[in-house]
Every structure is written in structure tokens, then in C-alpha cells.
Design a protein. Structure first.
Length: 712
């Protein structure tokens, strides 16, 4: 290839990025990558290096501009250059897509054809390695990267290369690679074509899309390249994002006539891809593909986000169908009605043969009201505070529906409690109660209780998927856990209900509960429930003197945690309060968030009182023995972690709660207080306010809001 001034000018007119900087490829020790090209006095740098300095902290370097000499070096093979396409005003002169997987030829042709369909001229370059390719679209002038990227993502969706339901596609091979500069660098670079060494091997050049052979005269080809005008880009943008409401969007049949949407309800909701219009797609994408705030919280705190979903993507896809959780059916129907999208519901749920239950349940008024709501609906959530008899409500639902039942729990203690209640209220012998958990895999004729951990390990659900007519999920606020979500969609039960004391979640992902199970059918008013039982909660707030210059943005949380649990003055305050109130209460529950704190407090209390420490590290047999001892009342003080004792422990003889470790989440507080609301005596709470540490003070203010509700 000839490197005339005219050819270089032609090259620069197409491959336009930042001119004040460019990138060069490096190789060292079997590793390779790209870095900005610098002008460096290497003698001076070697002195800097000899003194322990690094290239990163070497200041006497400056960026080299992307000029003719850099291009000539690239053409000759002396260097492999790349450019930074995102300009300082967040626009670019082109957009390119990189394909590097084994099927890159097939995939790049799909996108090339889609571009042609939308009257966008695109060009295919085989990459430097020969194992992939770039698809290029050139602009007459600069165009906002946010819009060009949005256009290209939509074209990728139309090509079925990425899903229509991806809100922020994981496909990260667009150049520019971002909508806006982050302020931390130049953005991603793209390797340039016509690299001398690769070109001689038939790579790093433009190819014929039909034969995938190099075009014979690359310079003549570049002269023939068509750049798309800004007016055309704007028109395409409007065409893609201002389509008619009922225009079919996924259909590949060419028939865009809006047909009646079939909503098939089974273990999930099934929708035909060809019946989805753009409005419906956007609605599903917005509602069922949403940001995981836990991911953001971890990222902001500098914690690892490994195995943390960035988005909750609740849409499954096959070639012909889209599957969504069936709890979303009410929202889907409501949307279709509002947008005048014709639909029909095809119900493929199946009731099993009716089963008789011998119920000896006598419902309280608040429980009867809850049952009335449940009788009207086939799936949804019942919210009932601790001590209000959620288990009894669940058993009466099962008895009334007269269907073989599956009860899903997340802890062994809950499983054992359900077994006891089933024997007490439905008179089913223990041997006839099915169990999935702890090596047991038995389906009961009337009722089966399953640990979610056991269900999540099942590879083939075919034997049990249709075995149940009703499913009850206890403590259903755990549904957002991936194991719950992945297990529940395998069952085609006619009825599906969730029980919880609070649907609130720490990271505001409670929406998942309603998407999978359905909306709240009834919520027992806690204040009214407590008033009916004539229960007035006493709350004691104790000020501590704990102080440390803690900044959550830069300091490790575990450091301040260790300071707190080992602080002598703070622990003395807690111990004095316990001793001063020990005669007043028959039993006391102390909850911390750290096992070490449990051990520290027990060290001071065990010689004066009959204490029981219990947490997740105890062997199962030991835990079972301790729980039985607590139920029998053979103790004065229980010291435990909130993670273990804070929910799902149904014990009625606890009178006073000491919350000795700070936290903010209201849902956790509701569960903790619920441990002492089963007692016949008014519950009493001691809480410790660490106001001299801003981070802990903010946590306390969150707890205080709920205390204010209790005292109304």
C-alpha cells in the first residue's frame, strides 16, 4: 500500500478521534495491551526508576499527538496504534462494533444486514488477529455518543444479537464505549485498520461481506466509503424510538398487524414474542429489569460486587416465547387495559384432587379478615406482624383450599415449627408430613415442607413440579434471594401465597416479592393488633459515649465494629441496664450482630445469671437442645445474633429485648421486636444510641422512626 499524503489525509478523514493523544500496543513477558503514546526522556526516566519510581508516577512525560508520523509508523508495522473515539464534547465521528467470538462472521453479517434494512451504510474490517472483525459506520460530522450508541444497541436488538429486554446490555464492544466521559480517563480505544504486519496476512483490512476476502484495492475502497449525514442519523433515531404504539416489534415475519396478546398462566406467564409491541416491550423492560441497589451500595462503599447482580433481570427468553413471573399478571393485565392492547388469558394452572383436612383452628378476628381477602384471590402476599399467627393463617388457607400443599421455608427452625403446628392444628401425624431437607426427600399426601436450600439443589423438577395445588412461602421477604426465585418458577401450583411480617427489604428490592408471588392481599395493622391485645410497648433509649473518627467512605466498617463490641464503657452501660432490670423481667433477650459480642457479654453475665448463647456456629443438635431449653423456660437471659434469633423463632416467653448493636433497616427491627411481642406481658425494649459517631447516629434515626410508629 502506498502511503501518500493524499492517502493519509483520506485515512484521517474516516478514522477520526482525539488528535491530542493516541494509543500504542505493547507486549512484555507474554502479556500485551494498549497504553497512551508518550514523549519521554528515557535517560531521565531510568534515573527515576532506579530510585524506586514507576512509569505511572513519572511526571516528565507528555502525550504524543495522533499525527502523520504516527499513522506512517502504524502503516509500516513499527507500531500498532489505536485511537480514542470519544471526543471531549462526548461526541464521535463514527461508531464501530467489535466481534471476536467464534461465530463472529455470522453475527457481524446479521448486524450488517440490519444496518442495510435501516438504510445505514456499514463496512466490515477483519481485525488485526484475524479472529474477529469490526463493523464501522462513519458520520459526516460529530454526533452525540449517547445517541449513536443507543441507535446501535437497538440495531443489535433487531439483529437478535442482544435481547430486546436488556436495559443496559452487557455487550460492551461498542466504540465509543461510553455515553459520557467519566472524568477518569480518555475512554476506550479502538485498534486502527491497516496495521502493516497484519495487513500482509490479509487482516486489519476491509473485506467483502459476501466472501470475507480482502477487498483488492483498499484505498479505492476508502474513497468510496459513504458517510451518513447528521440529518439521516436524527431521522433513524426518531424512526427507532418514536414508532407507532401498536407496531409489532420483535416479529420477524414481516406481519406487523397487532394480534390479540395471549397471556398464558402456568408456572410462569408465557407470551409469544411475535405478539409483543414496542410499548409492551418497554413496559416489561422497565418493570422486570431493574437496578439492584445492593450492587450500587457495595460499589459506593468500595466493597466487592462479585456474584452481586447489577440488574434484576426477571425475563426469560426462548426462540418463540418470553417468560415472566406469574405474580406480575395483575400489572400486565392492567397495563394492557390502559394501553388498549387486546388480550386474552389462557389459564393452564391445574387443581389437584381435593383433599380433606381435619382443622381445629379457631381464628381470631384479625386472622378471619385476612382469610376473607385470600378467598378472593389465587395468589398474593399476606403481611402480618410477629405474634399475630401467620402460621395459623397459612394452615387455614391450606385447609380451605383442600389441595396438596408445599410450604417453603429458609431455616430448619421454621421447618420444625411448621411440623409442630401441623400436628397441633391439622392433626396430621409427623410420619405423614412430607419433608425436603436434611437428606429427607419425601412428598406427603397432604402437606410437604421444604427447605429452599434443598429445592435449589434439585436438577430435575419433573417429579414434583405438578405435585402440589397450593404453595405457601413463609418469610417470603426472602424471595429476592436468587435461590428462592429460581426454585419457585418450577412449580405449577394453582394457588401461591406468601407470608411475612414485613415485605420491606434493606436494599429496597421488595418489588421482587410482588413480581413472583403477587400483590399484597391483606396487611394486618400492627397498631390495631397490639391495641386489641392491650399491648403497650415500652422503649428505653440509652445514650453511649462511644466515639471514633469514623468515615464510612474511607474507613473499614469492621474496624469501627470491633471498637464498638470491645468498648468497655459501652458494654458496662449495657451490663448495668441488664442488672438493674433483671428482677423486673422473668426473661431477657440480647441481640447483637456479631458473635464475638455475644461471647463478650456472656463472659460478664454467665456467673450471675442462667444464660444461653445461641448462634449459627452451634451444631444442629446443640441448637435444638438450646431452643428446647428456651421453650421450657430454663433460662434467665438469651444472648444471640440477630441473624440467627431475629426472625423465625416462635417462642412466647421472652419479655425484654436489648438491641446492643446498631443497624438501620426497619424490616430487621420489626422482626427483632417481634421476638418479645408473643409474651403476655407488655414488651420492653432497650436500644443504644451512639450519637457521637455520625454513621451510627444515622442508623439510630432510622430505628427511631419505627419506634415513633409503635408509640402512636
Amino acid at each position: 500500500m502506498t502511503n501518500s499524503i493524499q492517502n493519509i489525509d483520506l485515512y484521517k478523514s474516516l478514522f477520526r478521534g482525539r488528535t491530542d493523544i493516541y494509543a500504542v500496543r505493547w507486549e512484555k513477558g507474554g502479556r500485551s495491551g494498549y497504553m497512551p503514546a508518550y514523549k519521554v526522556d528515557w535517560t531521565d526516566y531510568n534515573k527515576h526508576k532506579a530510585q524506586g519510581g514507576t512509569f505511572k508516577d513519572y511526571k516528565n512525560k507528555e502525550y504524543l499527538p495522533f499525527d502523520n508520523s504516527a499513522i506512517e509508523s502504524h502503516f509500516s508495522g513499527k507500531e500498532t496504534c489505536g485511537i480514542y473515539p470519544l471526543l471531549e464534547d462526548n461526541s464521535s465521528y463514527f461508531i464501530a462494533v467489535d466481534f471476536d467470538k467464534q461465530n463472529w462472521k455470522e453475527t457481524i453479517l446479521k448486524l450488517h444486514q440490519t444496518c442495510t434494512n435501516f438504510k445505514i451504510t456499514s463496512y466490515i474490517e477483519r481485525s488485526r488477529s484475524g479472529n474477529g472483525g469490526h463493523l464501522w459506520v462513519f458520520f459526516e460530522n460529530t454526533f452525540p455518543a449517547q445517541q449513536s450508541r443507543k441507535i446501535m444497541f437497538e440495531l443489535l436488538r433487531h439483529s437478535n444479537i442482544i435481547s430486546h429486554f436488556e436495559k443496559e446490555p452487557s455487550f460492551d464492544r461498542l466504540f465509543p464505549n461510553q455515553d459520557f466521559h467519566s472524568g477518569k480517563g480518555m475512554g476506550n480505544l479502538i485498534a486502527l485498520p491497516f496495521q502493516g504486519n497484519s495487513l500482509t496476512q490479509g487482516n486489519s483490512c476491509f473485506i467483502n461481506p459476501e466472501s470475507f476476502e480482502p477487498i483488492e484495492n483498499q484505498w479505492e475502497f476508502l474513497e468510496s466509503v459513504t458517510k451518513i449525514s447528521i440529518a439521516e442519523l436524527k431521522n433513524i433515531y426518531e424512526q427507532l424510538f418514536d414508532v407507532k404504539p401498536n407496531e409489532a416489534f420483535i416479529s420477524n415475519s414481516g406481519d406487523n398487524k397487532q394480534s390479540e396478546l395471549e397471556i398464558v398462566i402456568s408456572n410462569q406467564i408465557y407470551l409469544k414474542r411475535t405478539q409483543l409491541n414496542r410499548k409492551l416491550i418497554i413496559f416489561l423492560r422497565d418493570q422486570l429489569n431493574f437496578y439492584n441497589s445492593d450492587y450500587l451500595a457495595k460499589k459506593n462503599l468500595g466493597k466487592s460486587t462479585f456474584n452481586t447482580e447489577k440488574f434484576f433481570r426477571l425475563i426469560e427468553e426462548s426462540d418463540n416465547e418470553v417468560m415472566i413471573p406469574r405474580g406480575f399478571s395483575a400489572s400486565l393485565v392492567q397495563f394492557c387495559s390502559k394501553e388498549k392492547i387486546p388480550f386474552k388469558i389462557i389459564d393452564k394452572r391445574e387443581k389437584k384432587n381435593s383433599i380433606d383436612f381435619e382443622s381445629e383452628i379457631k381464628l381470631q378476628d384479625h386472622q378471619e379478615i385476612a382469610l376473607e381477602k385470600v378467598r378472593e384471590k389465587d395468589f398474593g402476599v399476606i403481611v402480618s406482624p410477629p405474634g399475630s399467627g401467620k402460621t395459623v393463617i397459612g394452615l387455614e388457607i391450606i385447609a380451605e383450599k383442600r389441595q396438596p400443599a408445599l410450604i417453603i421455608v429458609h431455616r430448619k427452625q421454621l421447618l420444625d415449627q411448621w411440623v409442630e403446628r401441623i400436628q397441633d392444628f391439622l392433626k396430621i401425624p409427623k410420619k405423614d408430613i412430607g419433608q425436603f431437607g436434611n437428606q429427607k426427600k419425601k412428598i406427603g399426601k397432604q402437606i410437604t415442607i421444604a427447605m429452599i436450600q434443598s429445592l435449589s439443589r434439585i436438577e430435575d423438577y419433573s417429579e414434583i413440579a405438578n405435585a402440589f395445588g397450593i404453595i405457601i412461602i413463609d418469610e417470603c421477604h426472602h424471595i429476592p434471594a436468587k435461590s428462592f426465585r429460581e426454585a419457585i418458577i418450577n412449580f405449577n401450583a394453582f394457588y401461591l401465597y406468601g407470608l411475612t411480617a414485613t415485605p420491606k427489604r434493606k436494599n429496597n428490592d421488595q418489588k421482587l416479592i410482588f413480581v413472583y408471588i403477587g400483590n399484597i392481599l391483606h396487611q394486618v395493622n400492627q397498631q390495631q393488633f397490639l391495641a386489641e391485645r392491650n399491648i403497650r410497648t415500652e422503649i428505653n433509649i440509652k445514650e453511649t459515649e462511644l466515639f471514633a473518627p469514623f468515615n464510612y467512605k474511607i474507613d473499614k466498617y469492621e474496624t469501627i465494629s470491633r471498637i464498638l463490641i470491645h468498648d468497655t464503657h459501652r458494654n458496662s452501660l449495657i451490663l448495668n441496664d441488664i442488672e438493674n432490670n433483671a428482677k423486673r423481667f422473668k426473661t431477657i433477650l440480647i441481640l447483637s450482630e456479631r458473635k464475638a459480642h455475644v461471647d463478650i457479654l456472656n463472659l460478664y453475665l454467665k456467673d450471675k445469671y442462667e444464660t444461653i448463647t445461641i448462634h449459627g456456629d452451634d451444631a444442629e443438635s446443640v441448637r435444638k437442645s438450646k431452643i428446647e431449653q428456651i421453650k421450657q423456660g430454663h433460662f434467665k437471659i438469651v444472648i444471640s445474633t440477630g441473624q440467627f434469633f431475629g426472625e423465625g423463632i416462635d417462642i412466647s416467653n421472652l419479655e425484654c429485648l436489648f438491641i446492643v448493636y446498631p443497624f438501620a433497616f426497619e424490616g430487621k427491627l420489626i422482626q427483632y421486636i417481634g421476638r418479645i411481642q408473643r409474651s403476655k406481658n407488655p414488651p420492653v425494649i432497650f436500644d443504644y444510641r451512639d450519637s457521637k459517631i455520625d454513621y451510627f447516629e444515622k442508623m439510630f434515626k432510622q430505628r427511631k422512626r419505627y419506634y415513633n410508629k409503635l408509640l402512636k
